[in-house]
Write a protein that binds this ligand. Structure first.
Ligand SMILES: NC(=O)C1=CN([C@@H]2O[C@H](COP(=O)(O)OP(=O)(O)OC[C@H]3O[C@@H](n4cnc5c(N)ncnc54)[C@H](O)[C@@H]3O)[C@@H](O)[C@H]2O)C=CC1
Ligand SMILES: O=C(CO)[C@H](O)[C@H](O)COP(=O)(O)O
Length: 299
């Protein structure tokens, strides 16, 4: 099979390499000329533009988008659409909002698959977990590519109609936030608690047979090994947050309680302010109702 890949960053490049390794052909494009040149060095056919990529693919085009979610997906589809027809298939493997994917599937001249991708850069060796929404025929058609990109044939599946792949990935990320928060709280208690513990040793022990073993816990073990048991100079600021926000918004709309996911999102937002107004007000209110001493900034 011949696959066009647009977006050759951390994730798109893995798609290129795994599809090439499986014996398929790849035509590659990115706004970055360096990224295109690197993909060409790896064996892909370089394209100079989206239109050039489409021309090089011929009939029955199979195209994987791995650009940042949002405007870049729409811009790419605007450039692609004049070159597409109903026999073509476009996969969006990024973290797009599921409603945007439904809109794009309706507007796109090709069959459109929204593909939630999990596994991160570690997927280069292991492969990804792929959660796919859209027409069954297009999923079947793309199965050789999904087999190459995923961990194994069980590492990808069609979740349902348009939007369902990115919907499942959105919820996956909400779970990811909550798991990170749970591990974080446990290790914080161990770090601040009664015993002088080596947290790498704790994580390693847990990872060997404990109920709470997981890949995220292996990454905790790696973090303590590489940064030290006190995490060294790692800051307490957490970036990101869009997919967790979408998960909470959807839970509110569906009236499904997700307090753990919400709390982990709130912790993330809270981590970005050094000087929380709510905490300062609570500090002052304790004086108001109890004449408790107010801690002042210069004390
Ligand atoms: N990094 C990760 O662990 C994961 C990322 N994702 C999602 O995968 C998508 C890609 O993420 P990364 O590879 O990490 O990003 P990245 O920033 O490493 O790579 C994005 C690439 O897209 C290119 N690009 C941007 N706009 C473009 C356009 N209009 N046309 C062509 N190329 C364009 C950039 O030059 C860059 O090479 C995002 O939606 C991200 O949320 C999903 C799962 C995990
Ligand atoms: O999808 C992912 C992992 O599954 C990406 O790493 C995503 O960026 C994580 O979300 P956030 O940036 O909000 O932490």
């Amino acid at each position: 099979m011949q696959l066009g890949v647009i977006g050759l960053g951390r994730m798109g490049r893995i798609v290129v390499d795994r599809v090439l390794d499986a014996g398929h052909e790849v035509v590659a494009f990115d706004l970055s000329e360096e990224a295109v040149a690197a993909a060409a060095d790896a064996g892909a056919e370089p394209a100079e533009s989206v239109a050039d990529l489409a021309d090089r693919l011929g009939d029955d085009k199979r195209i994987w988008l791995m650009v940042p979610a949002g405007d870049a997906v729409d811009a790419t589809l605007d450039d692609l659409d004049p070159h597409l027809d109903a026999d073509d298939v476009v996969v969006d493997g990024g973290n797009s909002h599921f409603e945007a994917s439904v809109r794009r599937a309706e507007a796109c001249s090709a069959a459109y698959l929204d593909c939630g991708t999990s596994g991160g850069p570690a997927g280069a060796e292991l492969g990804f977990s792929l959660m796919i929404g859209g027409p069954q025929w297009a999923y079947d058609e793309m199965t050789p590519v999904f087999d190459a990109v995923a961990t194994n044939p069980d590492g990808h599946d069609r979740m349902g109609e348009a939007g369902s792949g990115h919907y499942v990935k959105m919820v996956h990320n909400g779970v990811e936030y909550a798991l990170m928060q749970a591990y974080g709280e446990g290790f914080e208690l161990l770090a601040e608690g009664r015993y002088d513990l080596d947290l790498e040793a704790v994580a390693r022990t847990w990872n060997n047979g404990a109920v709470i073993r997981s890949w995220l816990l292996e990454l905790c073990e790696e973090a303590f090994r590489e940064e030290g048991t006190d995490l060294g100079d790692v800051d307490d600021h957490i970036a990101g947050g869009s997919t967790g926000t979408w998960t909470v918004q959807e839970a509110l709309e569906q009236e499904v309680p997700v307090p753990l996911i919400y709390q982990s999102l709130a912790e993330r937002f809270g981590s970005r302010a050094d000087d929380r107004f709510s905490r300062r007000l609570a500090n002052r209110l304790r004086y108001g109702f109890g004449r408790h001493e107010v801690a002042r900034k210069d004390e």
